[in-house]
Design a binder for this molecule. Structure first.
Ligand SMILES: O=C(O)[C@H](O)COP(=O)(O)O
Length: 205
């Protein structure tokens, strides 16, 4: 039996809107972000998806996105596990800075490396590898067992915690992950084989 894993990056946040590095800062969804999260829920309802369990981070923008989706599919009270293992990459000293100001200060190339490379840490923060080192074991021990039992699992989290997870699921190289972007509020639906390999992947936009 094949299980289903639905990954969703939270809707646009107030700081996405203002173009600020966010990381572990606990900012709310923007008006557009609320709409994106509701739209993600509508897509799942249209698809007839019903979840067995939901996972989200310790941050409000992901938690609200998760709840909007559960409300939309008529499962407002579904068991939802919140864990900081799924939090956004810790952006360290960059948190709160404007991304264009950072480019002006450190250069386009350096900022791109901090944002998209696999193993370069932003000052005082986590590389994607560091983020993966907490996301992947959490996925393996807590989330994947549900999927392998044939369940349908929702994970509402963040751009880089999900990039780290998708890198592992898709078997991307360090070079390939640099190019991978994840839009806000767009569900990615995986079906897994019983041996935990990916049977199919669909980005629903
Ligand atoms: O934490 C942030 O600033 C964003 O949510 C993701 O940032 P990024 O686009 O630089 O990966």
């Amino acid at each position: 039996m094949s299980g289903t894993l639905v990954l969703v990056r939270h809707g646009q946040s107030e700081w996405n809107l203002k173009n600020l590095f966010t990381g572990w800062r606990d900012v709310d969804l923007s008006e557009k972000g609320h709409e994106e999260a509701k739209a993600a829920g509508r897509i799942m309802k249209e698809r007839g998806l019903r979840f067995d369990i939901a996972y989200t981070s310790a941050l409000i923008r992901a938690q609200k996105t998760c709840q909007y989706i559960l409300d939309a599919v008529g499962q407002s009270d579904l068991e939802t596990i919140r864990d900081e293992a799924l939090n956004e990459r810790d952006y360290g000293e960059l948190a709160g800075l404007n991304k264009d100001d950072a480019r002006a200060k450190w250069g386009e190339e350096q900022v791109h490396v901090w944002r998209r490379s696999y193993d370069v840490q932003p000052p005082g923060g986590e590389s994607l590898r560091d983020t993966g080192a907490r996301v992947w074991p959490y996925y393996m021990h807590e989330i994947q067992p549900h999927v392998l039992r044939g369940e349908t699992v929702l994970v509402a989290a963040h751009g880089n915690s999900l990039r780290a997870l998708i890198m592992a699921l898709d078997g991307l190289t360090k070079d390939e992950v640099v190019k991978m972007e994840l839009a806000t509020g767009i569900p990615v639906i995986y079906r897994l084989n019983p041996d935990s390999t990916v049977a199919s992947k669909e980005i629903v936009d």
